[in-house]
Design a protein around this ligand. Structure first.
Ligand code: GTP
Ligand code: SPV
Ligand code: MN
Length: 611
């Protein structure tokens, strides 16, 4: 404590500076320039630097409470927790208004919206002009990744939203430490956000990969405005990773501890609202827990992955909290996520239970509150059939709250990956699990991922679309080059490459019910995956990859007929032939930027299907 006190006095003498009579937290000229230019453009009444101190954050919480921006919840039941409602037209990511503004159109590729950076800057400058009049501009320095980690990168987000400041506090390492890490360097991501008028026709989420810049305007919702998350840690970082030889992926990271106490790590890419948070925190079924199996959560959404000194792949979670889907989270499905939300959490667009000033959402329990407001803030009658929480309502919870957070969570070196898993929501085609024949085939398996759309983005829900590596909305450059980057990484890894798998928890029966129990029982599949990595499990070769023998998935303690498991593993060649046509069409978009290796994999698949 004493050290911290002396350090802060030392720092205020030497580092916190008064420039042009104004308080700043750094002498980094590039940061000051960025803040000054943005201030001149947005014309806020004042600029406040966020140092991350409790005093400052408490004052902001009090201010947000006084204006109604946040509702303070029951201090006994949910200490330090708040409820926030976004505008009704602003409840999810907006993919059709998200742009990659690379200088050359081809560099954004066929799967991104492209906008000429000159035009984008000009158009958005008009919208930002004076947008913060009467408001405060907050300067948020933050680090993606543990402070001091060679993986980590710094961003500065300027915003006129207290909600953003308080969410960034949970989701990143925010404040003075991030500026210390940056020092005099110009290597930081410049993020500018204004709620402006929340006008959805003037809403833009623009990325300038060559300028390390993100401009977001007219939204106040999660992924559109917490610029460290999808905008930086995936779209900008994927571009940086391609240039610098590493990878930014839409992946959870978990550790599985066996009864001997050894921990093996797996990363998994599933599209938005397809089960990453749930898998990352799963509780082993009782029979496995009794034997001594444990699951540790390193991350639930994003992984930054590098080749380590030992030649293996190592991953960190650049985030510091969870921005998780609320509906469906309950004591049975995900008790660890639920515990994580019991303090210091911000709830967005859930039901406000007025009986005891707490929150509720569909799937929390079977007792919807009688006296309540829905996510729009209207009086809500739970018997009238309308949902109370928005399907994309979320909690922002500190990772340190999670009962199964990994001891390696803050390890600057990250964790070594044994397996990479891809997966999506497929009612029929994809089997419960299969393994790729090798790395390149694994890249192919990731590239052909398809999944039903969810409420995490605006637009239709339940439509199957191709979502390679769960990165369709998040790849900051040409997806053909992205595939190539994956193949290059595999070449560097050689025989140290993790094995690659695909899973599908979402096959349905003729009545549309999920067949596989999912959630904690997914461990049964993960254990087969690890056994394959260790060379201790057998497999059957099919047209699409290696599959488990049904008897090799441990069903102990589960009321599921092995015949049903066989069905879940079944590869329907007719459906896959249709699939191959769909892939051919999809691949056609990439022209000559589609790596030859993937073309070969597609031809090989077609041949195997025809056999
Ligand atoms: P993002 O935060 O949007 O990236 O989502 P996510 O991939 O972390 O998804 P999450 O774990 O929040 O799950 C989304 C929805 O899928 C929730 O409604 C879950 O209840 C449901 N879900 C998760 N895992 C399973 C599973 O194993 N089986 C079934 N049937 N549903 C699941
Ligand atoms: C997702 O949509 O994949 C999310 C939520 O994790 S958001 O932060 O809105 O992108
Ligand atoms: Mn996500």
């Amino acid at each position: 404590m004493l050290f911290v006190g002396i350090w802060s006095i030392f720092r205020s003498i030497f580092f916190d500076t008064v420039i042009e009579g104004r308080f700043t937290m750094t002498t980094n000229k590039k940061v000051l320039e960025f803040v000054r230019e943005s201030e001149l453009l947005c014309k806020p009444d004042r600029v406040v630097w966020i140092d991350g101190s409790d005093e400052q954050l408490n004052a902001l919480r009090a201010e947000a409470e006084s204006t109604g921006e946040m509702v303070r919840l029951n201090e006994e039941k949910l200490p330090g927790c708040y409820l926030h409602r976004t505008a009704v037209n602003d409840v999810a990511r907006v993919e059709h208004r998200t742009f990659i503004c690379s200088r050359n159109e081809e560099d954004a590729g066929p799967t991104n919206n492209w906008w000429d950076p000159k035009e984008a800057y000009a158009k958005l400058s008009e919208l930002y002009d004076g947008a913060m009049k009467g408001r405060t501009m907050y300067v948020i320095p933050y680090s993606m990744g543990p402070i001091g980690s060679p993986f980590s990168k710094v961003g500065i987000e300027l915003t006129d939203s207290i909600y953003v400041v308080l969410n960034m506090d949970i989701m990143t390492r925010m404040g003075s430490a991030a500026l210390d890490q940056l020092g005099d360097s110009n290597d930081f991501v410049r993020g500018l956000h204004s709620k402006a008028q929340l006008d959805d026709e003037k809403r833009y989420i623009c990325h300038f990969p060559e300028d390390n810049a993100i401009w977001s305007i007219n939204s106040g919702y999660g992924g559109n405005v917490l610029l460290g998350k999808k905008c930086f840690a995936l779209r900008i970082a994927s571009y940086q990773g391609k240039n610098e030889g590493w990878m930014a992926e839409h992946m959870l990271i978990l550790g599985i501890e066996n009864p001997q106490g050894e921990i093996k790590y797996i990363s998994a890419a599933f599209p938005s609202a397809c089960g990453k948070t749930n898998l990352a925190m799963l509780i082993p079924p009782e029979v496995f827990a009794k034997k001594g199996y444990k699951v540790w959560c390193v991350g639930d959404d994003i992984a930054w992955i590098r080749i380590g000194e030992d030649g293996r792949l190592w991953a960190i979670n650049p985030e510091n909290g969870f921005f998780g889907v609320a509906p469906g989270t309950n004591v049975k499905s995900n008790p660890n996520a639920l515990s994580s939300t019991q303090q210091g959490t911000i709830f967005t667009n859930v039901v406000h239970n007025l009986e005891d000033n707490t929150v509720w959402w569909e799937g929390l329990d079977k007792n919807p509150p009688k006296n309540a407001l829905n996510w729009k803030g209207e009086v809500w009658d739970c018997t009238a059939g309308e949902k109370g929480a928005h399907p994309n309502s979320r909690f922002t919870a500190p990772a340190k709250n999670c009962p199964c957070v990994s001891a390696e969570f803050n390890n600057p070196k990250g964790v070594p990956l044994s397996a990479i898993v891809f997966g999506g929501r497929r009612a029929k085609t994809a089997p419960l699990v299969y393994q790729s024949f090798d790395w390149n085939h694994g890249v192919f398996v990731g590239s052909i991922m398809a999944s039903e759309t969810t409420a995490a983005a605006t637009g239709a829900v339940g439509v199957v679309r191709r979502d390679p590596m769960a990165m369709l909305p998040f790849c900051g450059y040409h997806m053909g080059d992205y595939f190539k980057h994956w193949i290059e990484i595999g070449k560097k890894l050689g025989d140290k490459a993790p094995k690659i798998f695909n899973v599908n928890w979402f096959r349905t029966d003729d009545e549309g019910h999920f067949i596989w129990p999912g959630f904690g029982d997914n461990l049964r599949v993960l254990l087969w995956i690890l056994a394959r990595c260790e060379g201790t499990a057998d497999a059957v070769e099919t047209a699409i990859g290696y599959e488990p023998k049904a008897e090799d998935i441990n069903l102990e303690g589960l009321d599921l007929d092995i015949e049903i498991l066989r069905e879940l593993l079944n590869v329907d060649k007719a459906l896959w032939a249709e699939e191959a046509e769909g892939i051919t069409e999809f691949y056609g978009k990439f022209g000559d930027r589609l790596p030859a290796e993937l073309k070969e994999e597609l031809e090989a698949l077609k041949k195997r299907l025809a056999e």
